[in-house]
Design a protein around this ligand. Structure first.
Ligand SMILES: Cc1ncc(COP(=O)(O)O)c(C=O)c1O
Length: 413
């Protein structure tokens, strides 16, 4: 019986409360910008913060092939019984092929893939796998890197260190400093590299720089952990994977975290894969058991729908061709917006060079503005970037580009 005067289920005042000790956290740096944008009532506000592709109308479309594959899948689905911790086997195979291209066949005996909860799930699972093999391993990330890398990979308990990457003067990769640092790392150090469309800088390694990185990785015995979140959105499916393929060809071991969020427009379906290359078929088989155990301990099994849809698109020549064409149009649109923005900025400030915007690949570039100017951009001009200056070029349109360029140009000194 509850004591007199006290409702059943209500705790007594003196009882310690588990969650009373928690203090509210500051907003997530990326999701916080979205929330601020939503609160802004200005009708012509521009969201360059969140990293999703947008078409001319400002929508984030579902590719036609994805939509069609979904209908076919639902019409033909006879069961929703469990699949297993590794997820959809056909998806795992096809997504590894998409990333590795012709190499996938020869590397197949040394590959173990697991379907993950988006690219984030792949990064986290990869870090857990590394920790299972070596709890002292250190993961090296670029300066700067995507804001989520640190919490995702760092939460595994592994130490994180940084290597130089971006040069704010040239707005390109500081390859001399990057390679110097990589060449000093001890054997077994893990190097997190972004395959293409570097987030947040837009500055990618050139093919010869990828070859030099592969030389260093091979010579020093480093472990590459490649994040492939934008295949097809930089130049095309093959060139965007060129660097990672060059590595996979040469190194004994490698991890590849794949996201299907952007290139398949599958964001909320959470589709990704962790592809691990082991030094031998036996090593890959052991990796497979650890992948399954890690998944089982964290969330048991991934959701099926999105991966089944991607497998269908990749496995059906007609749907695949339609998707490749639509993806090509997305990349072309991003690259034409880059030119448009660079030209509009140059028209406002002929004294400045904006060619770096055109050289960058993918959706992101960093605005060369200090935090206070970015706040003015937001508050006075209603143009929202992330607090480090990252803009999503796909958020620009022919209708707002001049306003964005005027506003940014007015804040450059
Ligand atoms: C660099 C990078 N890696 C990985 C991801 C993973 O995305 P998701 O978990 O949505 O598939 C993203 C998404 O923004 C990204 O920018």
């Amino acid at each position: 019986m509850a004591p007199c005067g006290m409702m059943r289920g209500q705790p007594r005042e003196t009882e310690p409360r588990m969650f009373d000790s928690l203090e509210s956290l500051p907003p997530d740096p990326i999701l916080g910008v979205t929330a601020a944008f939503r609160r802004d009532e200005f009708p012509h506000k521009v969201d360059l913060g969140v990293g999703v592709y947008r078409d001319q109308a400002g929508n984030t479309p579902v590719p036609t092939a994805v939509h069609e594959a979904e209908q076919l899948l639902i019409a033909g689905q006879s069961t929703k019984t469990y699949v297993g911790p590794h997820g959809n086997a056909e998806f795992n195979e096809r997504i590894a092929e998409l990333a590795l291209g012709p190499l996938a066949r020869s590397l197949r005996p040394r590959i173990s893939s697991i379907q993950t909860v988006g690219g984030c799930g792949a990064l986290r699972l990869g870090a857990e796998l590394i920790r299972a093999a070596d709890a002292e391993a250190v993961i090296h990330v670029s300066t700067p890197t995507w804001a989520n890398h640190e919490p995702l990979v760092g939460s595994s308990g592994l130490e994180l260190q940084r290597y130089p990457y971006y040069d704010p003067t040239t707005r390109g990769v500081d390859f001399a400093r990057m390679s110097e640092r990589l060449a000093q790392l001890p054997a077994g150090a893990v190097v997190l590299l972004q395959a293409c469309c570097h987030n947040p800088t837009g500055a990618d390694l050139a093919p010869d720089q990828w070859r030099s990185v592969a030389d260093i990785v091979e010579r020093r015995g480093l472990l590459p952990f490649v994040d492939l979140a934008y295949q097809g959105l930089g130049s095309d499916l093959e060139s965007d994977a060129g660097g990672l393929r060059g590595l996979a060809e040469r190194v004994p071991e490698m991890l590849l975290a794949i996201s299907c969020s952007k290139n398949f427009g599958m964001y909320r379906e959470r589709v990704g894969a962790l592809v691990v290359l082991g030094s031998s078929p036996a090593a890959a088989a052991a990796v497979a058991t650890h992948q399954a155990r890690t998944a089982r301990r964290m969330y048991s099994m991934p959701p099926d729908h999105g991966a089944a849809v991607v497998a269908r698109v990749l496995g059906d020549p007609r749907l695949r061709a339609s998707w490749v064409e639509e993806l090509g149009a997305m990349a072309a649109r991003i690259n034409s917006l880059r030119e448009l923005l660079a030209n509009s900025l140059a028209a406002c400030r002929p004294d400045r060079d904006f060619s770096w915007i055109v050289r960058h690949r993918g959706m992101f570039s960093l605005l060369p503005l200090p935090e206070a100017a970015l706040a003015t951009l937001r508050e006075r001009h209603h143009v929202y970037s992330l607090s480090d200056g990252r803009i999503n070029v796909a958020g620009i349109s022919v209708d707002n580009v001049e306003r964005v360029a005027d506003a940014v140009a007015s804040l450059l000194h």
